[in-house]
Structures are given as C-alpha cells and as structure tokens.
Design a protein around this ligand. Structure first.
Ligand code: HEC
Length: 710
C-alpha cells in the first residue's frame, strides 16, 4: 500500500498538472517543427527525470540504402517519410505500420535520388483540402496525404516541372532537397541547380504567382554587382537550405548558396548579390524587404548551409523579434527581422588577396563581433593532432608546408589547409532555438585541403578538351587522377568501363543520380569528349586539342544569344578532408561539438563534444566528437535530441548543461534531424538512419523511441 505522505501528494498533483497541459496528440506537421524553423517542441512527457528509460518503440525498414536525411512529418497520427529513392511512405505513427507508399519510378520523373530532407504538408482551414508536396528529379508533385494518389488538378495531372523560366525549360535543371514553406495559398520554394530564384506557386493549381531573381537582371537591384551580361549565363545562388516564414509580418527569409563556379570567380567579378545572402522577401509578392550578404564574391563554396531561424530575444530590456543565420564558419549572424539591422555590430575585415591572374577576391568579409564563432577560425601549429605521436609529426609537417590562411584563404595553385572546412562549422541540419532565446548548434571542426589546378599545360597550350573538361567538371569529386575520393563517397572512375556499359555511363553523366550531379547543361559533344577521356578512348574525331569550349546555345526563341561560357583557366582540385594516417581528422580534437549560445547576451552557455570513437576512448583520450550531419531538436522537457554523429548513436542532452542523459545505438548513422510528436498520449522521438559513409553500416531505417508503454 502507498503511504500518502506530502511528497506523494505533491508528486500526484504534479503528474496531474502535467497530464492536463499535455495534449494526447501533437503533430510535427512542418519541416523542422514550424515555419520559424526552430526545431523546438513544447512536449514534455519525456523529461530529464525519465529520459534514461527511453526505449525503441518501433522501427521501419525502407529496404533501401544510402543517405537518409529526412526530417519526417507527423500529421494526425500519420508519419510521412521520403525514402532514399524518394518514394513517399505513410506509416501509422504509433506503430510504424505501413499505410501506403507512392513510387516515383512509375511517373515521368523516374526513380529519385537521395538527400530529400522532407515534405510540405498543406491543408485548408476546414481540413477538407489537403496536399503533400514532394520533389523528384525536376518535378514537384502534389499527393493526397490520405491515399498517396496524385492530386490531378495540380499542375499537369499532379506535377509541374521546376524549370526556373518556362522559356528555358530544358537548359536549366532545378531540383529540391529541402522542402519549401506555405504562406496562405502559396508554396514558396528555393531549389538547387540552375540560376538562383525564389518562387511561389499556387497550392491548388501549381500556377506560378511570383519569382524573385537571385541573380539580378538589368534594372533590378544588385545587377551592378556582376558583369553586365553575366545574368544571361550565370548559375548558382540557389537557396537550397530552405527558408523560414514570419507569418504575421508576411516575410519569408531565404538563405542562398554561392555563385558558380564555386572556386573561380574570374568571370563573375563583383560582390555577386544575392549569393551567400540572407534575403527577406514579402511573402505575398516576392518583393525584397532587406538583405545581408554574408560572404562577398565567394570563392570557397561557403553556401549558407541552413535555414534562417526566427526567434525572440531580449536586448537592453526590450523584446526583439530576430532572425539568426548560421554559417559554415560556425558563426551566427543575428538581425532584427523587421529592419535587417544587426543585433551586434558586424565588421568588414580585410582578407587575403588572390594570387591567381584574373581573379579578384573581395578585399573584406563580414565578421560578427558577437556571438563569438562556435569553432576555431584558424589552424595554427598549436592545433596539430594530439591523437598519436605519428599524427602529431605528420600534421606538424604538413601545416608548415601547406599553411592555413584563416577563414577566407584565396584559392591558389599552392595547396593550403581549408579550416573552417567545406562542411562547416554548421551544415544543413542547422540549429534549434527554445523560447528562452538559446540557440543550440552542432558544429564540425574538420580540416580540408584547398588547391586549384591549371586547365592549361605548362607551355600555355590548353589540355586536350576531354581532359580539361574532366578537370573542370568532374575532378572535384572523382579526383585529378580519376581514382575518386572513397572516404567522401566519390567512386573511382578508373575501371568504370568494366562496371558499366558505355551508354549507361553516358546516361548517368547526363541525368546524374544520387549525389552525382546532372550534366545535361553541357553540350553532348563535350560530355562525349569527357567520356572518351575517362574511358581511355581516342578523342572524338570532331575535337581538336585546341578547340575552344563550345558556345552555350540560347534555347529561347527571340532572346539574344548568350555569350560563350569560356573555360575557366583554373579548376578546383577536389573536396578532400585532411586525415591522419589512421583516417582521423588531422587536427587536435574536438572534431564535432554541440553548443548552446544565449542570443539575449550573445554569450556561449556551454560546449560539449558530440560523438565518440570508442577505440580512441579506449586508448585513454577524452571523447573527441565526430563529424556530424543532421540537426538537434530541443523540447520543453529540457532535452536536446540529436543523432548526427558518425558513431551510429542517438543521444539526449540536458539543455541547461550539455550533460548526456541518455544514448541508444542506431542501426546506421542518424544523419538526419529527429522529429517529436504525441499519439494517444504517448510522446515519440523518431529519426531516419541511413549511414552513407564508406566503411560504416548502411541501410535505411526509421527508429522511433518512447517511454515504456506501462
Ligand atoms: C559533386 C560531385 C561529383 C561531380 C562533380 C561528378 N560526380 Fe560522378 N559521381 C559522384 C557521386 C557521389 C557518385 C556516386 C553516386 C551515388 O551512388 O550516389 C558518382 C558516380 C559517377 C559514375 C558512376 C560510378 C560507378 O561507380 O558506378 C560515373 C560514371 C560518374 N560519376 C561520372 C562523372 C563524370 C563524367 C563527371 C563529370 C562530368 C562527374 N561524374 C562529376 C559525384 C560527382
């Protein structure tokens, strides 16, 4: 029998009070939790006191492999997940039982590629009309969330082509990894590939209601930050990480990528607005309200990697509605979201000048004076690896030979160390904020290698066309020597002829697949020359070694022919992480961290390692943290849930201190952002686990955690 002591009465009352203000059902109906992209959940059934009892409630196997980066939606007890081939699967969110599945392989888009991060769910006020929007290839589809059938009244029988301008339908290929955002009856999307644009489509018909050109045209603001005719051929600047929405003010906030080519700006002198910018647009009309360019004339692939987050902070005793943008440098830029005024001063500081003839690196770059960056900003001799004596010797040698020039090195023919690295700082998972104005962010601290190569021989003669175009278009991923970059998941092309028939290689190069981009913009003759080089065949008859790059054909009738896109004289030598002889990041730990920053004061609250190499811990090292992809979720239960690390583990941290309160193994790395929701009075936390790193377990599973049912 329970003795009724005052303590028991208190506990009972506390439990009742909690039950009363916790709904039996709570959705996660919007990508990253809400349109502010806060990754915050008001749920608190799972809290600091009971999280240690969290266990697997159900799992679901997609039957597929590879990157599974979905932040899954839960609406009315149904979970919607995009699988690794962009099938759409609806599950009972309480049990994981499959309700329906939709397969794009049977549509005009064909099978889809990986890295789909989520969907947009829309319903009208009565809930009578509903749509689930998904993107496969270049097509935006509207599905009925009830049945998984196409909504035939949308677009052309349920889908529309995402081309940026109708007239150029086949010259620019645009897809979507990150879903858009709904404002009233508009679906606002960014994209990847093609010339940068933000567009709004009618949710019911698919008709385009507005477009904002992120590469400004003559007469548009910012046109003078490019060479006058660049807009005709320029690509890049696409806002791939997604956008956030202030519904009450009717403002959509867009974070954009770099201008292309990423590492050579000789043909795009100028600051290149609106590349690498936070852009605030009127959500009803697409008109610009304000913008801030975070990297000028980017030469380092410093895309803004995550959506802007909307939050409210207190500054000087006043509440301010703010927007915070994270960067690959691990900085936070924080603005008043109405006016665009920075909350702390941002300084333009000088950065290194270019040494490549023809390049003009921008002389200064913006640095926020607060908060302090969430990672080291320069690799010095004090940062050499401490993991082993061998790693120490090796890293010391190399940093002397290949220096690091701080956060904005100018690309050059000389190898240098790129740190902060190409994948952050922050990455696509972004951060989470709670109603107290605390920003939680996971950070990578991995060094990379930066080097350019000439596309001409030492005597000034151009390389044969196929080889040169291989360097320009393929070497960044498949390596200068065609041996690939296996640790980064880029396959070798050396023996490709033995693995695939020629016509299949030609098709894959044209259409792209998985993380392999499409090259359908390149003229066929150019792709042919590349293939001949890759396959070691004699060069195609039509191509002479000194042949100039073919002109880009203007496809649209009545338009002036676009100027020829000259072959850049320099090409990037490839995305390479700098690793030690054992394959660990070649720098003193931490390699991955979780951070809490108070955006009321701008001060760091805490920083802890995220992830662990058990074999290094066994050698006596404190946990180093690992490279991590996928964001955190913060809850009213006082917890941060995060997968992301490279050790196939899901963790819960105390949001007040950064202490690990619970962890559980995942079948594959959880390189995705979790969702949390409530069905039938039970709170679940669900994560997509795919694990696409070579040498690690790979598959595709959804894993849902909950407290024991009784
Ligand atoms: C941005 C990185 C990137 C670039 C640039 C790139 N590829 Fe790829 N490529 C990949 C990845 C990643 C894969 C593996 C795709 C997957 O399984 O998801 C791949 C796969 C391939 C394959 C199939 C390999 C196999 O083992 O079956 C071929 C062929 C190929 N690429 C050719 C090319 C050619 C030709 C170019 C230049 C025109 C090129 N790629 C440029 C990333 C890239």
């Amino acid at each position: 029998m329970i003795r009724v002591t005052p303590a028991v009465v208190f506990l009972l009352l506390a439990t009742l009070a909690r039950a009363a203000d916790t709904p039996a059902n709570a959705d996660w109906a919007t990508y990253l939790g809400d349109k502010h992209r806060t990754l915050y959940s008001p749920l608190r059934q799972i809290d600091r006191g009971n999280v240690s009892r969290l266990q697997v409630a159900w799992t679901y196997d997609t039957g597929e492999k590879g990157e599974y980066q979905a932040n899954n939606l839960i609406v009315g007890g149904v979970l919607f997940t995009p699988t690794q081939s962009r099938r759409v699967v609806a599950l009972d969110a309480a049990t994981g039982r499959e309700l329906w599945a939709w397969d794009p392989a049977k549509t005009r888009a064909g099978p889809g590629g990986r890295r789909q991060r989520g969907f947009v769910h829309w319903q009208n006020e009565s809930g009578g009309e509903r749509r689930l929007f998904t993107v496969v290839g270049n097509y935006l589809f509207a599905l009925d969330p009830q049945t998984g059938q196409l909504v035939e009244s949308f677009g052309d029988q349920g889908s529309l082509h995402l081309t940026v301008d109708g007239a150029e339908a086949d010259s620019h290929v645009t897809g979507l990894n990150t879903p858009g955002v709904i404002y009233k009856d508009l679906l606002i999307v960014g994209g990847f590939g093609g010339p940068g644009a933000v567009r709004a489509f009618d949710v019911r018909t698919g008709a385009r209601r507005w477009i904002f050109h992120l590469i400004p045209r003559p007469g548009e603001f910012g046109h003078d930050t490019w060479p006058p005719d660049a807009w005709k051929t320029a690509v890049g600047v696409m806002p791939w990480p997604g956008q956030s929405l202030d519904e009450a003010r009717g403002i959509v906030y867009v974070a954009t990528k770099t201008a292309e080519p990423d590492f050579w700006g000789g043909d795009r002198h100028g600051a290149n607005l609106f590349a690498n910018s936070l852009v605030a647009l009127d959500a009803a009309t697409g008109k610009r309200r304000w913008h801030y360019q975070i990297v000028h004339h980017d030469l380092l692939d410093k895309d803004l990697p995550c959506p802007p987050i909307l939050l409210t902070v207190t500054h000087g005793g006043k509440k301010i509605d703010a927007v915070a943008q994270g960067t690959k440098h691990g900085q936070l830029f924080v603005f008043n979201r109405e006016t665009g005024e920075p909350l702390w001063p941002i300084e333009e500081r000088p950065v290194p000048a270019s040494t490549l003839p023809g390049e003009q690196a921008w002389p200064t770059q913006p640095f926020p004076t607060k908060p302090a960056p969430l990672m080291r900003q320069r690799y010095t001799e004090a940062d050499v690896s401490t993991v082993s004596p061998e790693a120490r010797a090796l890293t010391l040698d190399r940093i002397r030979l290949s220096p690091n020039f701080g956060p904005f090195p100018a690309p050059s023919l000389r190898e240098s160390i790129m740190f902060p690295g190409f994948d952050g700082g922050m990455e696509w998972g972004g951060g989470a904020v709670d109603p107290d104005g605390i920003y939680y962010a996971n950070i990578n601290e991995i060094p990379w290698i930066l080097q350019m190569v000439e596309t001409r021989r030492a005597d000034g003669t151009p390389l044969p066309r196929g080889e040169r175009d291989y360097l320009v278009h393929c070497a960044a991923c498949h390596g200068l020597d065609r041996k690939g970059i296996p640790p980064a998941g880029f396959p070798s092309l050396i023996d490709i002829a033995q693995r695939r028939p020629r016509d299949e290689i030609a098709r894959l190069t044209r259409t792209g697949f998985g993380r392999m981009p499409a090259f359908d913009k390149l003229p066929e003759s150019q792709r042919d020359a590349i293939l001949a080089y890759v396959l070691g065949e004699a060069a195609p008859a039509a191509s002479r070694p000194d042949e100039a790059a073919p002109k880009v054909k203007a496809k649209a009738k009545g338009k002036a022919a676009a100027p020829a896109a000259a072959t850049p004289p320099y090409a990037y030598a490839g995305f390479r992480r700098w690793q030690d002889h054992e394959g660990y990041p070649a720098i003193a730990p931490p390699w991955g961290t979780l951070n809490a920053v108070d955006l009321n004061t701008g001060e760091l609250k805490w920083k802890v390692p995220l992830g662990e190499y058990k074999e290094l811990t066994a050698r006596g090292l404190p946990p180093t943290g690992t490279e991590n992809y996928g964001g955190p979720v913060v809850t009213a239960g006082g917890l941060i849930f995060i997968g992301a690390s490279a050790d196939e583990t899901m963790r819960a941290f105390d949001k007040a201190t950064g202490k690990i309160l619970w962890s559980a193994p995942l079948p594959f790395s959880g390189n995705a952002t979790p969702s949390t929701y409530m069905v039938g009075g039970r709170q679940f936390v669900v994560i997509s686990a795919g694990g696409a790193k070579s040498g690690r377990p790979a598959g595709g599973k959804l894993v849902a955690f909950a407290l024991p049912a009784n």
